[in-house]
Design a protein around this ligand. Structure first.
Ligand code: GTP
Ligand code: MG
Length: 438
């Protein structure tokens, strides 16, 4: 009997089977289950407006997706996802094509990468939320995480633009990037060769990690290694069919000749289709889950306070982390509450002081007004007294005057009487006179 030391797991022993058991059918079961379940694949197309994104998607999947031409007047980059159900033989593919509409059209391109990064993160977050649910249904969950980003490089130029470098740098830890030179029919063969070398040199010197076709699976190691050397693929897209010889092929026709999309001497379209769809689609899906999503999940959980082991390498306990987080949250809440209470008390004190100050000012104003009022009242009183005195004096004078007047009047009224008397006397005389002296 083996003795187990600590947590060390016992080595499994090799046993041979006596006959056919049947678990060699597991891969078939897996395939059958996957086929029933269907697959999802999400492509993000990043490139300037009108660079040929939609045409290339139509050419790659040999169909016509619903597309709208983007205007050159978008205020900021906007992500537009569209999902389609495709079927080939008995395999169902839920394909989502996400267009970065308006990319490269803004005057200030500093933040052009941000909506793209946010979109990718949101898809990771949605998946994480589903994983963390008590009742999760990852089996039929519509996985919208971006499996590949086709980065369209403009063929007219000497090298990558800084917008390309910045965007790819921001995306490379979140998504598998496959750079492609779009509209490769507009660049000559020798120039294309130099352009490819230049681009790869710039990506390396700026530390941009692009997706490398895996070389660990023997079945595809060789082709993938060869294809890695052809990056970035120079592609031409077209859904137009042109007769070449006695065959109809997808091509672009020019006055001087025909560029055949699927002719490897003309462009790398076939290489791209081979690598993206026929050989490495599953690896792209897997890399998204095991590398990019894993990184997002790890950072997010660490940010939330979860960790695999503490300083003493004790095993991670969800319960303990939860309790610690809860305590931290409660003490933070308490601190905030205390802070707010203190703020409230201070505010009340401040207001109280302000009110007191206002009251004091009002009181002072009132006292001042009272003083003015009293002064005014005193003055009015004085004036009234003066006026009264004047009135009295006037009345006295008036009375004196009246007395005088009445005296005078009396005097004058006595005079005619006397005069009359005198007159009468004189009249007597005068009548005598009048008689006597007519
Ligand atoms: P938006 O969605 O509006 O940003 O444009 P897009 O990037 O989807 O470009 P689209 O596929 O609509 O193509 C724009 C123009 O470029 C069309 O006139 C296409 O015919 C042309 N075009 C597409 N692919 C190629 C190509 O490989 N070579 C050349 N020369 N022209 C192309
Ligand atoms: Mg388009």
């Amino acid at each position: 009997m083996e003795l187990l030391c600590g947590n060390a797991e016992p080595e499994p022993r090799n046993l041979s089977l006596g006959g056919h058991v049947g678990f060699d059918s597991l891969p078939d079961q897996l395939v059958s289950k996957s086929v029933t379940q269907g697959f999802s694949f999400n492509i993000l197309c990043v490139g300037e407006t009108g660079i040929g994104k939609s045409t290339l998607m139509n050419t790659l999947f040999n169909t016509t997706f619903e597309t709208e031409e983007a205007s050159h007047h978008e205020e900021c980059v906007r992500l537009r996802p569209q999902t389609y159900d495709l079927q080939e033989s008995n395999v169902h593919l839920k394909l989502t094509i996400v267009d970065a509409v308006g990319f490269g059209d803004q005057i200030n391109k500093d933040d052009s990468y941000r909506p793209i990064v946010d979109y990718i993160d949101t898809q990771f977050e949605n998946y994480l939320q589903e994983e963390l649910k008590i009742r999760r249904s990852l089996f039929d969950y519509h996985d919208t995480r971006i499996h590949v980003c086709l980065y369209f490089i403009t063929p007219t130029g000497h090298s990558l633009k800084s917008l390309d470098l910045v965007t790819m740098k921001k995306l490379d830890s979140k998504v598998n990037i496959i750079p492609i030179i779009a509209k490769a029919d507009t660049i000559s063969k020798s120039e294309l060769h130099k352009f490819k070398i230049k681009i790869m040199g710039e990506l390396v010197s700026n530390g941009v990690q692009i997706y490398q076709f895996p070389t660990d699976d023997e079945a595809v190691a060789e082709i993938n290694a060869v294809m890695n050397a052809h990056l970035p693929f120079a592609v031409v897209g077209s859904t137009e069919e042109v007769k070449v010889g006695n065959k109809l092929v997808r091509a672009r026709q020019y006055p001087w000749g025909v560029v055949q999309v699927e002719n490897e001497n003309h462009c790398d379209f076939v290489k791209l289709r081979e690598m993206l769809i026929r050989v490495n689609m599953e690896d792209l899906r897997e890399q998204t889950h095991s590398r990019h999503y894993e990184l997002y999940r790890r950072c997010k959980l660490e940010e939330m306070g979860f960790q695999d082991s503490d300083g003493d390498s004790q095993p991670f306990s969800l319960q303990e982390t939860y309790e610690a987080k809860r305590k931290e949250f409660l003490s933070e809440l308490q601190r905030k509450e205390e802070e707010m209470r203190q703020m409230f008390v201070n505010k009340v004190k401040e207001t109280e002081l302000e009110l007191k100050e206002k009251e004091r000012e009002l009181h002072e104003k009132f006292e001042h007004l009272k003083r003015i009022h009293q002064e005014e009242k005193r003055k009015v009183e004085e004036k009234r007294r003066e006026l009264e005195e004047e009135t009295n004096a006037f009345n006295c004078r008036k009375a004196a005057m009246e007395a005088l007047q009445s005296q005078a009047l009396h005097a004058t009224s006595q005079q005619p009487l006397r005069k009359d008397k005198d007159k009468k006397k004189v009249g007597g005389w005068s009548s005598i006179y009048s008689v006597t002296i007519p």
